[in-house]
Design a protein around this ligand. Structure first.
Ligand SMILES: O=C(CO)COP(=O)(O)O
Length: 248
């Protein structure tokens, strides 16, 4: 059984003033029966980590470069994230794959860099709407899993997030049967390559998770938590998701 994780991805949202949302999570985080993580923009990692240290809240980055340092203007290394107080990093998000042309090969190099820096890598996979309509969802997701996760990566350093691209920020979600089908497939793909150790890798669902649909999603086979975008920005919304996962 994998550990449960409620993860929030603030994407390119959040100013210093929004850190009050972190303080407002304190009671719910203390009572949570799951791990809780927030991934703010890089500018807020250090101040968020300073506040999170007062409760059991993990803080993560949203990407990292595969190199440790050097002439890469605008990029950030895994060691820099760790130095700022991050324990996790989201890698291969579909917005990075689309906006920055990141391939699964690029993501695998980032995952290795993240693990070398002591971070847990949250590896994102998911099909586009055209791929789902073409009936190739399972092949696309399996290929992203195989290509993005280096075979040597220790299971405790890896989390996989299944985020259908068409469900992100749209208010649309797959059916519970469709989520189960993909999560079961990811679990079996991981098991083929890693045997029983794959059971320890948390599988998160992401894409329009809200307090109102979280409980039914967390009841689905092989769903160990969520990667939440919009509903992680406000403590009132994210709290409901943390509580639903705690109760699952
Ligand atoms: O992309 C996501 C999290 O990484 C999901 O975003 P939304 O929850 O806003 O759909």
């Amino acid at each position: 059984m994998a550990r449960k994780l409620a993860a929030g991805n603030w994407k390119m949202n959040g100013m210093t003033a929004d850190l009050v949302e972190v303080d407002a999570l304190a009671e719910v985080v203390e009572a949570a029966q799951c791990e809780v993580l927030l991934c703010p923009p890089a500018t807020l990692i250090a101040p968020m980590a300073a506040r999170a240290g007062l409760m059991s809240l993990y803080v993560g980055g949203q990407t990292c470069h595969s190199a440790g340092s050097g002439a890469h203007t605008g990029d950030i290394s895994a060691a820099m994230l760790a130095d700022a107080g991050a324990t996790h990093v989201i890698l291969g998000h579909s917005e990075r794959r689309a906006d920055h042309g990141e391939s699964s090969t690029d993501v695998a190099l980032q995952v290795t860099a993240a693990i070398d820096a002591g971070l847990v890598a949250i590896v994102c996979v998911g099909e586009t709407e055209a791929e789902r309509d073409a009936g190739v969802t399972l092949q696309v997701v399996a290929s992203q899993v195989a290509g993005s996760i280096p075979s040597g990566a220790a299971p405790e350093q890896i989390v996989v997030a299944y985020e259908p691209v068409w469900a992100i920020g749209t208010g649309r979600t797959p059916t519970l049967e469709q989520i189960a089908e993909v999560h079961d497939h990811i679990r079996s793909e991981l098991a083929t390559r890693r045997g029983g150790a794959a059971d320890a890798i948390p599988l998160l669902y992401g894409g329009s998770v809200k307090p109102g649909n979280a409980a039914e999603i967390f009841a689905v086979s092989n769903v160990d938590g969520a990667l939440v975008g919009g509903a992680s920005l406000k403590a009132a919304d994210f709290s409901g998701i943390i509580e639903a996962l705690s109760a699952a």
